[in-house]
Design a protein around this ligand. Structure first.
Ligand code: ADP
Ligand code: MG
Length: 266
C-alpha cells in the first residue's frame, strides 16, 4: 500500500458520482394510476447513473419498467418521487419552460416507431428540434449530421419513400441535431431486420466512440446489447444487476433468469 503525503484521490473527478454522470437518477419512483382507481409502480426508488461518453444497454422482461426509466431520465415523463440530474442540473428544480429547454438542448430520444412527421421531408424532420428553439439553423451542420447517418442525397425525400432503416437513421439524426449530451433509444432496432438493425447499432456506437456523447438504449436483443459496454438489468421496476462487456450468451442467460422466457414483447 502506497502512502502519499498529500493524497489527492479525487483529482480526476472532484465530484465523483455527479460530474462523471451525463444523467443520474436518485431514488426515482414512478407510479401510474390504473383505471380501477389503483396504482401500478413502474419504478421503485431506482438509483442509477450513466457515465459521460458511455454506451449502456437496459434490459429486462416486458413490463419491468425499461421505457419508464428512459422516459423519466429523458424528461419525457416526471417521476412521482426522487430526483434526476442531467449533467449537473437538477431537473426537478426547474420550471416547466426551463425543463423543456434543457431537454431539447441536452437530450435526444429515438423511438422504436421512428415517430417522423410524414408531411415533412428528411431535412425538415431532422431540424424539427431546432425549429422549436430560438437558434438559427446552420445548413452545413444539417448536411454533416445527415452524412453521419448515411442520408446524404436524401434530404428532400418524404419518410414514406424511405426504408425502415433509413427512417430510423432520420430519427437518429433528429436526435443528434441539437448536439445533445445524451441520446436515449427505446428499442431502436425493434422494427428492423437484423442487417439494418446492426447498421443502426453501429451508428449509436459511433456516437459514443467518435463524438463522446452518452447513449442509453433499451433492447430485448442480447446481440444488440453487446454493442454497449455496460448492460443494466431491470426486473419489476428495480435494477437487479449489471455487467460490463458481457457476451451475448452471458446476457441471454441472465435474461432467462429474470424470466424473459415467460414474457416477450415491448
Ligand atoms: P417495459 O418498457 O419494460 O416493457 P414499461 O416501463 O413500459 O415497461 O412499464 C412498466 C409498468 O408500468 C407496466 O406494468 C406498465 O403496464 C405500466 N405503465 C407504463 N406506462 C404506463 C401508463 N402510461 N399508464 C399506466 N401504466 C403504465
Ligand atoms: Mg418498453
Amino acid at each position: 500500500m502506497n502512502h502519499h503525503p498529500n493524497p489527492t484521490p479525487h483529482l480526476d473527478h472532484p465530484n465523483p458520482g455527479t460530474a462523471r454522470h451525463a444523467v443520474a437518477l436518485n431514488a426515482v419512483t414512478k407510479t401510474y394510476p390504473t383505471p380501477g382507481g389503483g396504482a401500478v409502480t413502474a419504478l421503485h426508488e431506482t438509483s442509477i447513473g450513466f457515465g459521460t461518453g458511455t454506451f449502456t444497454a437496459v434490459m429486462g422482461p416486458s413490463g419491468s419498467g425499461k421505457s419508464t426509466l428512459l422516459h423519466c431520465a429523458a424528461g419525457l415523463d416526471r417521476p412521482t418521487s426522487g430526483s434526476i440530474r442531467i449533467g449537473d442540473v437538477e431537473v426537478g428544480a426547474l420550471d416547466e419552460a426551463a425543463a423543456t429547454a434543457l431537454r431539447r438542448e441536452r437530450v435526444g430520444f429515438v423511438f422504436q416507431a421512428y415517430n417522423l412527421i410524414p408531411a415533412l421531408n428528411v431535412a425538415d424532420n431532422i431540424t424539427l428540434p431546432l425549429r422549436l428553439g430560438a437558434a438559427p439553423i446552420d445548413p452545413a451542420w444539417v448536411r454533416e449530421v445527415a452524412a453521419r447517418v448515411g442520408l446524404t442525397g436524401r434530404l428532400d425525400a418524404r419518410p414514406a419513400h424511405l426504408s425502415g432503416g433509413q427512417q430510423q437513421r432520420v430519427a437518429i439524426a433528429r436526435a443528434l441535431i441539437t448536439r445533445p449530451d445524451v441520446v436515449f433509444a427505446d428499442e431502436p432496432t425493434g422494427a428492423l431486420d437484423l442487417h439494418t438493425g446492426r447498421q443502426v447499432l453501429a451508428l449509436l456506437r459511433e456516437v459514443v466512440d467518435t463524438h463522446g456523447q452518452t447513449v442509453v438504449m433499451v433492447t430485448h436483443d442480447a446481440a444488440a446489447a453487446t454493442y454497449a459496454s455496460r448492460v443494466v438489468f431491470l426486473a419489476d421496476g428495480r435494477v437487479t444487476g449489471e455487467a460490463f462487456g458481457p457476451s451475448a450468451q452471458e446476457i441471454a442467460e441472465r435474461m432467462n433468469r429474470l424470466g424473459e422466457g415467460r414474457a416477450c414483447g415491448t
